[in-house]
Design a protein around this ligand. Structure first.
Ligand SMILES: [Zn+2]
Length: 303
């Protein structure tokens, strides 16, 4: 796998998205900032990198998309280092107005400290980070406003949650209850056309067997698309598992309370014609069966 010398990937756990550092000519750029409960670690990791690069100044902080595990450390990094934050073009106004209905953190029941952006970056343009040029491409599906960054010289793709080595981020339903399967497919087709040789995903390790990852993702997408209800249950499972990653453990009754008050989960229960309580039970049972959580003495535990 051939990566440039001034390009460094920090692989984080699943609660925080991976981060990428790029540097050149005395400037350091950073892509994504992790989840808010890890923000001290995010700042510490950056401190280490800064110390290893003499005479370096922070420049741009970029978010591939505005999910709480990709932008939850923005506030801390902006505060500590004064980066210029660039967000996807279509979300710039929502960030500046801190419009929670549009940003979706509260819909998903996830915290994210408030931040403001310096500017935005948009599809069909080229952004220079470090000393590398990155083509920007729209990547609908998991998040319709998400953007991919592709460097044609090294054929590196920064995919966010549009493509992982084994799958992609959950396909959340819109207000009408539909997930963007078409968009997710078009994004996988776009990646096929770009022919990356290395993919830096938002979660999990950097990988180079891109055709295997694309085949896996297309199978997964067909499987979810063939039964949209199954996709919705998967989304609900992901949201509770993510919450348990954040909490690590929680009283079952408090987890139910969070579940009942989370708009996305209310929406899914309505579409599936289930009570929110029945949906909760179904999700807990399915996560226990998958060994993703445990229930012990009235406590839900992350595993
Ligand atoms: Zn995401």
């Amino acid at each position: 796998m051939h990566l440039p010398a001034n390009f460094h990937v920090i692989e984080r756990g699943w609660l925080s998205a991976n981060q990428i550092y790029l540097w050149s000519n005395g400037f350091l750029d950073v892509i994504d900032s992790g989840f808010c409960t890890h923000q001290a670690q995010t700042v510490d990791l950056l401190n280490l990198q800064m110390k290893s690069l003499p005479d370096i100044s922070p420049r741009f902080l970029i978010n591939t998309h505005l999910h709480s595990d990709h932008c939850g450390g923005n506030a801390a990094l902006l505060d500590a280092y004064g980066f210029k934050l660039l967000v996807p073009f279509a979300e710039f106004d929502a960030v500046q107005d801190w419009d929670l209905a549009k940003l979706g953190f509260s819909d998903l029941g996830q915290p994210c400290p408030i931040f403001s952006a310096f500017g935005s970056y948009q599809p069909e343009t080229v952004l220079t980070l470090g000393d590398l040029d990155w083509e920007i491409h729209q990547a609908p599906g998991h998040e319709d406003e998400a953007q991919l960054l592709f460097n044609p010289e090294y054929k590196i793709l920064i995919s966010g949650d549009a493509l992982w080595e084994k799958g992609f981020g959950a396909l959340f339903p819109n207000d009408q209850g539909f997930s963007n399967f078409e968009g997710a497919l078009s994004t996988l087709e776009l990646i096929t056309e770009l022919q990356p040789e290395v993919v830096v995903p938002g979660h999990g390790g950097v990988f180079s067997d891109v055709s295997a990852a694309l085949a896996f993702a297309q199978n997964r997408l067909s499987y979810l698309r063939s039964n949209p209800d199954r996709n919705l249950i998967h989304v609900a499972n992901v949201l509770l598992k993510f919450k348990l990653l954040e909490w690590q453990s929680c009283q079952n009754m408090l987890a139910l309370d969070w579940f009942q008050n989370t708009l996305m989960l209310q929406k899914i229960a309505t579409i599936l014609n289930l009570s929110i309580h029945d949906l909760y039970q179904q999700v807990v049972n399915s996560l226990i069966k998958a060994n993703a959580i445990r229930l012990k003495d009235g406590l839900l535990l992350n595993t």
